[in-house]
Design a protein around this ligand. Structure first.
Ligand code: DGY
Length: 429
């Protein structure tokens, strides 16, 4: 077992090594740009030892925001030929700051509220929040306007990469119906990570078809909403967005008390009313819905328990999910597997089909703590501490052995370890 100070300096060094002067790349080689939800988690890590740098991370992310409010999933701040699909593939390389054309789980508002409430320099925090808030308001309004034009309460996502849980088996059926791209391309991810830890070629062909589809539709929200061959109500995104909006409302009440945010309050009410439509009776968990077939997708993944984090549940529903987690993690000494082990597609080392992810473990414990579900919370915390003690900062981990998988020296793992597992104050509270 390593000493606490050794683990802390290793994690800080990981963030410093991956710092590109204002934004943090997830890891060298595999991911050489700024990713949306990675950045939010990185900011939490930076805050533990360099508060100004934490705020800077968020400013760099918001630089990539589109005029319609969308904050993209990747901001291509500088050139790199190590990643595919890069800016040329998305059809947006001529933007002053090239980006992708999709988003990612909107953690940002919650991260800003956390940084603000825990800031050592409160006046700097107030300045930063005032500067960031208009962009974040526009971002949330974009989700509710462009991704839920019929006001169902459940926003839609158009690409597995938007979920952040790229090759989750929950997307298999919907993705299978997407045509495969029929042009040649060269995957760069397989030069950095073993094949058996990455998505399959058949999935990549469809990821790229969707990238082309957005470009061919001139990124037009209405055309994409009507015609995209992949449309999912993702319970992970929906929960994270809902929690983010609650935190955004708190920030606006504090810093922009004259701003009219009734639209956001109404959006949260719609989501609360609609969420029961994602409850799967047989699985006793929330699941995603495929909007093309208009059917629930009966696959249990870590997204299924994120309504806890979203503060979307009544206590009796939270109890059911906590019991699920207590059983799910038994036999998984190295964290909650991203796909439930009873699912036939469970694959312990393949990206989002089985491995445990430290930041997702943290999100879930946040929800469990909120509902006072301490047994499940402690089980996840113990497993997460073990990963950090024994295996260092990998992208994801084999949930049974703790073997580090994917990219090494990984920023968001180091960041959330600093903020959560290695912080003596927060861990003892
Ligand atoms: C990748 O390239 O694997 C990324 O996860 C896409 O966001």
């Amino acid at each position: 077992m390593k000493a606490l100070n050794e683990l802390i300096s290793l994690a800080q060094d990981t963030l410093r090594d991956n710092d590109r002067g204002g934004y943090t790349i997830p890891t060298k080689g595999l991911y050489p740009f700024q990713w949306n939800w990675d950045s939010g988690i990185c900011a939490l890590g930076w805050q533990t030892f360099d508060e100004p740098r934490a705020w800077k991370e968020l400013h760099y992310l918001v630089k990539g925001q589109w005029d319609n409010g969308m904050i993209p999933h990747i901001i291509f701040h500088g050139p790199s030929d190590e990643y595919f699909p890069g800016p040329d593939q998305w059809g947006l390389k001529d933007r002053s700051l090239p980006t992708t054309s999709i988003s990612q789980p909107p953690l940002l508002a919650t991260i800003i509220r956390t940084l603000d409430e825990q800031a050592r320099d409160q006046s700097a925090a107030a300045r930063e929040v005032r500067h960031l808030l208009p962009g974040i308001l526009a971002y949330h309004r974009w989700w509710y306007r462009d991704r839920d034009p019929e006001q169902t309460g459940l926003v839609v996502s158009y690409h597995p990469w938007e979920s952040g849980m790229d090759n989750s088996p929950a997307w298999d059926g919907a993705l299978d119906r997407v045509p495969r791209v029929d042009r040649e391309y060269h995957r760069r991810d397989l030069e950095h990570v073993d094949h058996d830890q990455r998505p399959l070629q058949a999935q990549y062909d469809r990821y790229l078809y969707l990238v082309d589809f957005f470009k061919n539709n001139d990124f037009d929200s209405t055309a994409i909403y009507e015609n995209c061959p992949y449309r999912i109500q993702d319970v992970g995104i929906i929960s994270i967005l809902h929690r983010g909006t609650l935190d955004l409302i708190t920030l606006v009440e504090k810093y922009l008390p004259d701003e009219d945010i009734n639209d956001l309050r109404e959006a949260t009410e719609r989501t609360v009313s609609a969420l029961p439509g994602l409850w799967h009776k047989g699985r006793q968990a929330y699941v995603n819905r495929d909007l093309i077939t208009d059917k629930q997708i009966p696959v249990v993944t870590t997204a299924s328990v994120l309504p806890l984090y979203g503060k979307l549940l009544e206590p009796d529903q939270a109890r059911i999910l906590a019991q699920q987690i207590e059983q799910w993690i038994d036999g998984q000494p190295c964290g909650l597997s991203s796909t439930h082990p009873d699912e036939p597609e469970f694959d312990a080392k393949r990206y989002w089909r089985g491995p445990s992810w430290l930041h997702v473990n943290w999100l879930i414990t946040q929800g469990l703590q909120y509902y006072g579900e301490t047994l499940a919370q402690e089980k996840i915390e113990t497993a997460s501490r073990r990963i950090v003690d024994d295996h260092g900062y990998w992208e994801y981990y084999h949930p049974l052995t703790g073997e580090g998988c994917g990219g090494s020296n990984f920023s968001w793992t180091a960041a959330i370890a600093l903020y959560w597992i290695l912080d003596p104050i927060r861990t003892s509270s």
